[in-house]
Structure formats: C-alpha cells, structure tokens
Design a binder for this molecule. Sequence first.
Ligand SMILES: Cc1ncc(C[n+]2csc(CCOP(=O)(O)OP(=O)(O)O)c2C)c(N)n1
Ligand SMILES: [Mg+2]
Length: 428
Amino acid sequence: MAKKKKAMPRRASTNHRSSRATPPATLPNRRAYTILDYRLEKPHFEVRQVRRGDGMRYGVRGDLSAPAPPIRESKYLSRAQSIDIYRWMLLNRKMEAALENLYKQGHVVGGVYFGLGQEACSCASAYALKPEEWMGPLIRNQGALLVRGFLARDIMMQYMAKAGSPTHGRDASSHFGDIAKHNVVAPISTLGDLIPVLAGVALGARLQGKNIAVMTYIGDGGQSTGVTYEGLNFAAVQNLGLVLLVENNLWGYSTPAAMQFRVEDLAERAIAYGIPGVIVDGTDACQVYDAAHEACMRARRGEGPTLIEAKMMRMKGHAIHDAAEYVPRPLFEYWQKRDPLARFENYLVNVKKWLTRADNLKLIEDVDRELEADRELAMSSPMPAPETAAGGVYCEGGCHELKLKYGMPKSNRGKVARSRREAAVHQG
Ligand SMILES: Cc1ncc(C[n+]2csc(CCOP(=O)(O)OP(=O)(O)O)c2C)c(N)n1
Ligand SMILES: [Mg+2]
C-alpha cells in the first residue's frame, strides 16, 4: 500500500514575482510604508457640517482641551540659527500686523494676505535652503520672502503699488520674485503650477552639473490639482531635488480639510509618488527646519523630492476681506494655544535659556525699529508715473538677461552626431 503523503503545512511563497493568479492565503497581501512623523502630539478632531434651523454651519467634534505640546529639540539647529529663525518669524508677524493697519488706513491697493499661525512653516523651511538654491513661495509665505532676502519695505511697497516696489506698481499683491539675486520664482495664482516650474529649475541646475534643493509650497486645497500630481511625479521620476511643503492649514477658503480629501494625512500622498513623506507640526520651527533640512540634503545628493506635510491652522480668513466667521471658535482657541511665535519664544528664553529676557526685549525693539523705518520709507515713496504704465509689460530686449547660474550645460550633442554619422555609414 502506497504510503500516504504527510500533509505539509502551506508555506507562504517568498517569491513576490510568482505568476500564480491567486496567491496562497498566507502570503502577506498588505504592504507597509513608513511616513516619518515628527510631531509630539496628534490632534484628533473633526470639522463637520451641522444644521442650524434652515441654515448650515461648521461644528467641531473631538477633544480640544489638551495643553500645547513643547517645542521638539532640533537635531541640527545651533543657538544662533534658532535665534535667527525666531527673528524672521517675529518680523513676519509684525510686518503683517503693519500691513493690516496700512490696509485699514486706506494705503493698500487691493487685498492683503496673511500667514498668521504659519510663520514657523514659512521661515524655518526657507532657512534650510542655501542662498544659491531656489524657492517658489505662495501668498502666505511672506516670511519665506524675508528669509530669502526681500525687505519688509519691498513687500509693503508692493501692496501699496509703489514705484519702488519689486513690480514697480504693476501688481498689488505678492506676485513677485527675483531670478537675478534672491533666486525666487514669483507665486503663480493657478495653484500647483509652481511645482513643475520649480522641478524645471532643479532640472536646469542638473543640466548645468549641480544638484540643488528647490522649495515650494502648496495648500491642503491646492494639492488636489492635477498639476500638483504631474509636477511632483515628474520630479520623482527624474530624481529632482524638489522639497514640497504641503501646508495643511485646515481650510481652503471656507472649505474644511475633511471636505477636501479622504486620507488622514496628506503626507500619505508621497507613497503614490514613490518618494519620502514626512509629517511635522507646522507650528514648531524646529520640526519644520529638521524635516526641510533633511529633504534639502537628500535633494543635494541627487536622491529626488520629498513631500513634507506641515499641520497647522490658518489663523485669519483667506484674505483681509474674509472675517472667517465660518470657522468654529473653539478651533481658533485650540490653535491660539499653539501659537508658533509665543512657543518658540518661550523655548528660547525659558527652556533653552539661549536668550535672556533683556536680549529678547532688545531683539523685539530692533525688529520694531527696522519695521517702522521700512514702513515710513514705503509710505513716503512715490506712486509710479502714469506715463510708465505701459512699460515693463513685454520684454523689450535685454531686460531679462538669462544667465547660467551653475556652469555650462553638459551636452552629449557631439556624441549623438557622431553615432548618427556612423549609423549612416553602416546603412549606406
Ligand atoms: C487651480 C486653482 N483653482 C482655484 C483657485 C482659487 N483659489 C485661490 S486660493 C484658494 C484656496 C486655497 O486653499 P489652500 O490650497 O488650502 O491654501 P490656503 O489659502 O489655505 O493657504 C483657491 C480655491 C486657484 N487660484 N487656482
Ligand atoms: Mg489651506
């Protein structure tokens, strides 16, 4: 009698390329990905539509009572660098307060946009770039403009459409850049379009023989655009050094994040591009800097893009015309406790003791003095002369001299022509 074969326990195949249509039940079907999360707290609440009479309003559900987390110690920032970032954040905050006053006094042409509550994200990320690298800010990243070398007076004059403003009065908000000195691409209003443009800048540098970091921003609303996908995918497949900060400030105009996307964390989007995704508390300058610094290092090594999701809250309306009455008050109170500037100040003065109270007061006075001088200069500077209105619209020959920043492009044109000649000889 034939010996009955002993039933062997089924083992999962380790060959992932097996052509078997139905894998054995034990084969792990789930994949695991890692999203680095720097946060010290993970808030859990939900903004939902609730009915009130015939109308609708937003309500918030969840525990909003937690105290603010501490600032996470940076792995990289020195004392001097930390104080530097704090100073930029202070200037960012105070400049926007001055802009609000200028608007209320009737000096601003058009609207004003604010990055209140987002100063750590703007300033600490921009601080991770080298001067010779590039950035493309959005309207809320006025702090990033300051870090890149624009002065508060440039931004104020721009909003007042003064002749001495970066666009000489041609544009009345933050649509300006500088490709000669500051390496800043002007914000593009169609959301997401900066992403392929910055990827192109990184490609241009690569063709000139250098891997650089290029940084740009996109909001929780704007990240849903098709061009965001196209630009980031292009950067990913080309290993371009794009550092994309997804500023999840919980609102896109008056639409809450929960009504814009289904994923819990926008950093998860990185998985689909095959690039690293990182989550930071956008109100913590140290976390923002560390993630941006690591992404920039990766970019400079030629390893490709990184997506950083910075979680925070837009602490004003979309622009000055918007009183943000649709935002549930408890949310403002919750994020007010997480104010990036007050917490960083407390960290530097009381936790690290890197700034004495007296030094802090002096720093604040210096910023106030600088800002007041810039405000006065912006106020007293002239509007553009009417007869110049048509100038500077089209390139008038030589006004946009494009210079190579990093070196002669590497070309294999000679090689290609030679191999074509050789192919023709063989065919002939
Ligand atoms: C492609 C595109 N669609 C719509 C708009 C109009 N728009 C300008 S800002 C804005 C809200 C953006 O929200 P979010 O991306 O979350 O940025 P936030 O304002 O919160 O910083 C919209 C819809 C636009 N500028 N571009
Ligand atoms: Mg938003």
